[in-house]
Design a protein around this ligand. Sequence first.
Ligand code: CA
Length: 222
Amino acid sequence: MLKAVCFDMDGVLYDSMPHHAEAWAKASEDFGLGMTRHDVFMQEGRTGFSTIDIFTRKYWGRPTTHEEVDRMYARKCEYFNALPEAEPMPGARSLLEQIKADGLQIVLVTGSAQHSLLERLNRDYPNIFRSDLMVTGFDVTYGKPDPEPYLMAMHKAAVSPDETMVVENAPLGVRSAVAAGAYTVACNTGPLPDHVLSDEGAALVLPSLQALSDRWKELRID
Ligand code: CA
């Protein structure tokens, strides 16, 4: 029986991934690291440290350092913050409102670490999110694709994996949710082919949040 639905943020609640991809690609170019936009979508969900470490190993043949991560991540954030604020994802609000009306718990699970997250969520999605039902970059040690963030979400909501649905958009986010034992719905809001999401174990791959919102009542009954 479904009791909680966990939502990833970037690429699910907000149409922010094109901006993240652009900012990462520009920052990595500044540092002579060949990270492409495609790479960013494939690695989406990792912490900043883990993302940079993968590419220093790939292109420079060595692990990164905390000093490098601080500089590159700061540069990436500069580029990201210079872009317009990302829009809420079409269909997300109607989906969240249906889930709330069904009496289910709604948990945010993101690798993002910003102190203003809850204010922004409350502005765009009023009366949906609660500070005690959020897992952010401040809470986790490993982050996605480790199951840690979704296991932590289930613990906060006091639910078991078979009572939990996860809504994700990224291959490594799906891997994390599936490893945590949740029923995982992937909304493919980015440029990757659907199979990268089903290959990671998504139970259902839909083209958008709007599609999930439109099918919510039918899925809820199943
Ligand atoms: Ca995401």
